[in-house]
Ligand binder design. Structure first.
Ligand SMILES: [Mg+2]
Length: 144
């Protein structure tokens, strides 16, 4: 099944790097869309069905955490898989993101790290209802 992917980052070069990583991966990519902040991302998601969001945190206008909260509160959009890609290292903040059902990859990332986290989110989606992100804990999550 093709995945429609939205790459959200205020840095154009980073958007290109993330986009290139998914394009060169084994993922079956459908639409590949970019947005420069959370507000643009919400607008893009209302225009095009998105399966997976690769999300920066620090952005102007609407940051990644505010976007994620808005996304999970929106019944039409909340099912999207989200992987945060950020320099963030605050464990409480990373825990808040996890509670909102988002995976996490540190910037700078290696392509295989990003893709492994995407695969974990896809596997979790198969194993658990979206309304219960904690239940997305799947056997793969514990793997090295
Ligand atoms: Mg940023």
């Amino acid at each position: 099944m093709k995945l429609n992917i939205l790459v959200v980052d205020d840095n154009r070069m980073m958007r290109e790097m993330v986009s290139r990583t998914v394009r060169m991966s084994a993922l079956d990519v459908g639409e590949l869309i970019q947005a420069g902040n959370g507000q643009e991302a919400l607008a893009a998601m209302r225009a095009t069905w998105i399966d997976l969001v690769l999300l920066d945190l620090n952005m102007p206008v609407m940051d990644g955490e505010a976007f994620l909260r808005a996304l999970r509160a929106d019944t039409a959009l909340r099912a999207a898989l989200v992987v945060v890609v950020s320099t963030e290292s605050s464990q409480p903040r990373i825990a808040r993101l996890a509670a909102l059902g988002a995976g996490f990859v540190h910037k700078p990332f290696r392509p295989e790290e990003l893709l492994a986290e995407v695969e974990r989110q896809i596997a979790g989606q198969r194993g658990a209802p979206h309304d219960c992100p904690q239940a997305a804990g799947n056997p793969m999550r514990a793997a090295p």
